[in-house]
Structure formats: C-alpha cells, structure tokens
Ligand binder design. Structure first.
Ligand code: ATP
Ligand code: MG
Length: 261
C-alpha cells in the first residue's frame, strides 16, 4: 500500500505546490507509481502539470462532495488523470473545489472523506502526494487525516516560522483525534538565496528552533523552478540540469531512500 505524504503550511507561496510536483515527478522518473492529489482550489499543481482545468468535467470535488446532499458522485479511479510524465497520475482540482469547505461543513464523516476516497486506489500507487491550500480549513484537515507523513515547506524569508506553531497544533489535534499514525517527516527549507545573509540566518534559525527534523537538502531560489509551471511541466522535464531540478532530486533521495515504497 502506498505511503501518503501531505505538503502543508497555511502560509501562502512557501513552495508547497512546487515541492509536491517536483518530488512526485522525480519519484515517477525513478520508476515508482505516483499519484498527486490536488486538494487546493487554486489548482496550481494541476495547471503546473499542463492540465487545462476549465476543460475538466470532474475533479477532486466530485470525489469528496459531489451531490448537493454531500454524497460523492465519483470514485477516485474516475477522477484520476494521466500526466505527461510516465508513472505520474493526478487527481485534479477545479474551482469547484472552493465549494468543498461549505459543503463539507455539514457532511457526515467530513474529515475522513479524502482518506475514504483514496482507500480503493492506495494499492495502485507506491507514493501519493497531497497538495494543500494556504489555510487550515477542512481540505487541509482531510489531507492530514488521509496521510502517513507530513512535510512542511518553510520559505527562507522573514517570519519563516510564523504560523508554524499553529500548524503543529492542528497536526497534533489531527493525530490525537483522527489519525494517530500521522508522522511529521520533517521541514524543507525553500527558496534559499545564497547571495543574501538573510537566507543563511533564517536557515540557521529554523534548524535551531524547529522542534522536528529539518531535511539537510535545501531548495535554492531558482528561476527555472518558477518558469516550469507556465510550460505545464515539472522541472525534471523542463530543465533537468538546472540547480532546482538537481536539488529536488537530492531532496527526493533524502526523503525516500529509507522508504519501503
Ligand atoms: P500557495 O500557498 O499559494 O499554494 P505554495 O506554497 O504552493 O503557494 P508555490 O506555488 O510552490 O507555493 O510557490 C510560490 C511561487 O514561488 C510560485 O510562483 C513558484 O513558481 C515560485 N517558486 C517556488 N519555489 C521556488 C524556488 N525554489 N525558486 C524560485 N521560485 C520558486
Ligand atoms: Mg500551492
């Protein structure tokens, strides 16, 4: 059964989506069967993989909420799409997913919807990555409940750790009440700029203050990483020899070398 990883940080623009897409892509290129679940109504992981979201008939919403009474109208297999990368599949998000917050607020077993809908396809994948929105709402809680591991991207910027204690609280509540098997794999430092002292200071501060593991591999600020999504491609395809691509490969190796998947 595939391991499920959620990339989460309620702070916006810290590199959640970039990390999901690029870890998933390297894992797929390494021969693992990989699924990305786009649980963010912004749909950045979907468009970053070249999916035309407006043309989609179904998305994660139909699998999580679906009908007006809150009962799902599609199974995971029905919403899974192939991507341009072999072994890499996607459950996309359209703007419909923005309605999930409201619709799920009255639904039964609302925190477990994602876990339940992924259950039938977990055996089909070695790794599943969930991309979450910049909030700690019901979609993020669903992701935590559906996951084995959490990875927290932290941007090397001022106030890097702002909100992290709130995030750890929510993870703790999810562990205590809904998913006792959930583990924090670690934090990953993103958008490190080697030309500034700030990045260095922030990285040192995070390594000193963050109470969980911080991965050795640091993701640099790299223009190709920012460009790749507009071509609908992960960096490993768009610019395989760029620093961004290489660092994400190193991160992939670091996170998954001991993994049984
Ligand atoms: P949101 O909270 O809105 O979902 P996010 O946490 O998913 O954001 P990303 O979308 O991955 O963050 O990154 C934010 C922006 O920064 C994007 O435009 C992305 O292309 C760019 N970006 C991410 N990582 C890097 C990097 N290492 N170097 C340069 N640009 C990056
Ligand atoms: Mg995102």
């Amino acid at each position: 059964m595939g391991s499920v990883y959620t990339l989460i940080n309620q702070k916006g623009g810290v590199g959640k989506t970039t990390t999901v897409v690029n870890l998933a892509c390297w894992a797929a290129l390494d021969g693992r069967r990989v699924l990305i679940v786009d649980a963010d109504p912004q749909g950045n992981a979907s468009s970053g993989l070249g999916v035309n979201r407006k043309a989609l008939e179904r998305c994660a919403y139909d699998m999580l909420v679906g009908a007006p009474d809150g009962s799902p109208t599609a199974t995971a297999s029905e919403v899974i799409l192939k991507t341009g990368v072999e072994n890499l599949m996607l459950i996309p998000a359209t703007l419909n997913l923005a309605g999930a917050d409201m619709a799920l607020s009255t639904a039964i077993a609302r925190e477990r919807r994602l876990r339940q809908s992924l259950e039938p396809v977990r055996d089909d994948f070695d790794l599943i990555f969930i991309d979450t929105p910049p909030s700690l709402g019901i979609l993020s809680v669903n992701a935590l409940v559906a996951s084995d591991f959490v990875i927290i991207p932290i941007q090397c910027e001022y106030y890097a750790l702002e909100g992290v204690s709130q995030l750890l609280n929510v993870i703790g509540i999810a562990q205590a009440q809904l998913n006792p098997d959930l583990r924090i794999a670690g934090a990953v430092l993103t958008m490190y700029d080697s030309r500034t002292n700030l990045s260095e200071d922030v990285a040192a501060e995070v390594r000193a203050d963050f109470e969980h593991h911080v991965f050795r591999t640091v993701i640099p600020r790299n223009v190709q990483l920012a460009e790749a999504p507009s071509y609908g491609q992960p960096i490993a395809i768009y610019a395989p020899s760029s620093r961004g691509a290489k660092r994400y490969y190193a991160l992939y190796k670091e996170v998954f070398s001991d993994d049984q998947a």
